[in-house]
Ligand binder design. Structure first.
Ligand code: HEM
Length: 415
């Protein structure tokens, strides 16, 4: 028996039982990750019935390995793989996924990614600096005098959703609806979502798509200087994006554009306040700020797991035989605390100068929003700590019961 609560490891057989709903695990997965690194960083997860990888080098290599993909139906049929037919109650959700950049493989992926990439390169994103700065201050102005705040719903959510909506040219007043649709949809990205969750996510997808079709129709008649208009009018190899592609890509950018960043802001503030490091030192200048942000991304990443399909029969170095269509799990959160790569990995050490974290993934699907997320974090965190130097945790913040999205339920602060 392993001494870490919630996990049982048979090291020699590389078999692991781990209940992701166990509060000991989802509140703080680092002890379980340490046990996996010590005993079997590549393992068969009994509850999920597939292989998972926790080691930094393994995860990094598998994310870049073109023998694996996020999609399988471009190289095999459902019948061939014994996959169930699409579920009618997920029709609208599936329709969005079918054209989502994140769910495509080349050549469809290359075509879509090239079209949106220009807007997200560092040079473009850098121009948002004054806007993010002004917005951060304006949001703090609304609660500074109160002496307390729940940070997630106020600050952490407002900044990313406002910025991505403005970039796309979606009215910022729609933010509450965008957040609601997004929250209902991302509940699908957990193990075995319930029937009710599926129905609700489908309903949210239908409403979201309808709303965007209206906005797209407006932009077609009244083009503006924004990313959505750019996507509508751009051509690649003589082809424009279809309406389905436009809607899917916009939904993905809006959802991915805030869900992870919100939780990273919350996780970072909690980590810093509990670390004992004086915020004034952590955010003394641009260089220390950047190191602090990268250490927060490593130590308290918001997204812990992504899956890939084997696109052919594959024999991995670790002696693991996969059949075409088998899924594997890549544990980014665990890779970030691999003791083979990071000294004292379970310690928050903003002065470390070791290898890069894997929080934004790697390879073909590497996060297109990484420069934007990094800028938002490098601006919003120092401004918050400078404006509220006496800020402290009101109590121990509750962690969300969600392994995939590692974040807080709420973050109550007082000063
Ligand atoms: C701290 C914040 C963020 C984290 C930790 C994060 C993490 C990730 C990761 C790990 C992936 C790769 C998934 C895979 O390989 O299967 C990804 C993809 C993606 N992210 Fe982010 N992300 C963040 C913020 C953003 C933002 C602000 C945007 C805004 C546009 C964004 C847009 C995307 C998109 C469009 C993809 C799909 C890229 C593709 O498939 O080519 N992300 N993100």
């Amino acid at each position: 028996m392993s001494p870490v609560p919630g996990i049982t490891i048979d090291g020699p057989a590389r078999r692991v039982c781990l209940d992701v709903r166990n509060p000991d695990f989802f509140r703080d997965p680092l002890p379980a990750y340490a046990a996996l690194h010590a005993q079997c960083p590549a393992f068969f997860w009994e509850e999920q019935q597939q292989w998972y990888f926790a080691g930094y080098d393994q995860v990094n290599a598998l994310l870049r390995d073109r023998r694996f993909g996020r999609q399988i139906l471009h190289v095999a049929t459902r019948e061939e793989l014994g996959l169930p037919e699409p579920k009618p109650h997920l029709k609208d959700f599936d329709a969005l996924e079918a054209h989502s950049l994140l769910e495509l493989e080349p050549p469809a992926h290359t075509r879509l990614r090239t079209l949106v990439n220009r807007a997200f390169v560092s040079r473009q994103i850098e121009q948002l600096r004054p806007e993010i700065e002004a917005l951060s201050h304006a949001v703090i102005d609304t609660f500074e005098k109160d002496g307390k705040v729940e940070l997630l719903k106020t600050y952490a959510e407002t900044i990313p959703v406002t910025i991505i909506a403005r970039m796309l040219g979606i009215p910022v007043e729609a933010a509450p609806r965008l957040l609601d649709w997004s929250h209902r949809m991302v509940k699908m990205y957990v193990f075995n979502p319930s029937f009710d969750t599926q129905v609700d996510a489908n309903q949210a997808s239908a409403e979201f798509a309808d709303y965007l079709k209206g906005i797209i129709a407006e932009k077609r008649t009244m083009p503006a200087d924004d990313l959505l208009t750019h996507m509508i009018t751009s051509e690649k190899d003589g082809e424009r994006l279809s309406e389905a592609e436009l809607v899917s890509t916009t939904v993905l950018l809006l959802n991915a554009g805030h869900e992870a960043t919100v939780h990273q802001i919350g996780n970072a503030v909690r980590t810093i306040l509990q670390s004992g490091f004086p915020p004034a030192e952590l955010f003394a200048n641009a260089e220390t700020t950047e190191r602090t942000v990268e250490e927060c991304l490593r130590f308290s990443a918001p997204l812990h797991i992504f899956q890939r399909y084997a696109l052919s029969d594959i024999e991995l170095e670790e002696g693991i035989a996969l059949k075409k269509g088998d899924k594997i799990g890549l544990m980014l959160g665990a890779a970030n605390v691999d003791p083979r790569k990071f000294s004292a990995p379970d310690m928050f050490r903003p002065d470390r100068n070791e290898c890069a974290n894997l929080s934004f993934g790697a390879g073909l699907h590497f996060c297109i929003g990484a420069p934007l997320a990094r800028l938002e974090l490098n601006m919003s965190l120092p401004i918050l700590f400078q404006r509220l130097p006496r800020m402290r945790l009101k109590d121990e913040p509750p962690v969300k019961d969600s392994f995939h999205f590692h974040g807080l339920e709420r973050l109550d602060l007082v000063w």
